[in-house]
Design a protein around this ligand. Structure first.
Ligand code: ADP
Ligand code: ZN
Length: 202
């Protein structure tokens, strides 16, 4: 919980897809607007699915829209001098320079809120998220519901034509022919390449 008068500060909201990271980011942005803070929201241009969610409006009629970006430099250029709260969604897609940017913004007295998937479809750390988690003052890890068994889901299951994607499938797929399910560790499946499976069984 961001304490009143805390000054510069980094908070990270992480977890699997469908765990409610965007909902939580928007909730925090809305509350910052109610507190009459000046807020700017950014999100990776790689994710355009939930654009409609990002017309955040406060009770006093102020609205905020997320600006699509693909680099920390774009965020730095778009930043207004009097902005007090910087929110960044889909942070896992950002280059590693996002860590330095978040650190500099916090050092300059801003509250920085980042949301992103902390693991990729393999269940391994995703992009700059491990570093962001380390430098943050506050980390919240959210869970979805496993679509197979109903337990808390901590993994992104990638499916290509309905079949679990192999381990050597690219971390970021362009074109969107894949789909994702939230699953728990036990229900998550990532087949290795055939030769890897042979090596593992020798
Ligand atoms: P994220 O940003 O983490 O991907 P969102 O905030 O976009 O999550 O979406 C969260 C919403 O997704 C939930 O409130 C719920 O309505 C919906 N949802 C769909 N599938 C699931 C699931 N398997 N577990 C939990 N919520 C789900
Ligand atoms: Zn499960």
């Amino acid at each position: 919980m961001y304490p009143a008068g805390a000054g510069g500060w980094i908070e990270v909201i992480c977890g699997v897809m469908f765990s409610g990271k965007s909902e939580e980011l928007i909730r925090r942005v809305r509350r910052a607007l109610i507190a009459r803070k000046r807020v700017q929201v950014f999100k990776s241009h790689l994710d355009e699915r939930y654009t409609g969610l990002y017309h955040v409006s406060s009770h006093d009629g102020r609205t905020v829209e997320a600006v699509p970006v693909d680099s920390p430099e774009q965020i730095a250029r778009a930043l207004l001098p009097d902005t007090q709260v910087v929110a960044i969604d889909e942070a896992q897609f950002m280059p590693s320079g996002i860590v330095r940017l978040a650190t500099d913004l916090a050092a300059g007295g801003r509250r920085v809120i980042l949301a992103g998937a902390d693991t990729d479809f393999r269940g391994e750390p995703f992009g700059p998220m491990p570093q962001l988690l380390a430098v943050a003052e506050q980390v919240d890890k959210l869970h979805a519901i496993c679509v197979k068994c109903g337990n808390p889901a901590s993994r992104n299951q990638r499916l290509i034509e309905g079949v679990p994607a192999r381990w050597d499938s690219p971390t970021i797929m362009v074109g969107g022919q894949e789909s994702y399910e939230a699953r728990c560790r036990a229900c998550h499946t990532v087949p290795r390449r055939d030769e890897d499976q042979v090596e593992l069984t020798v």
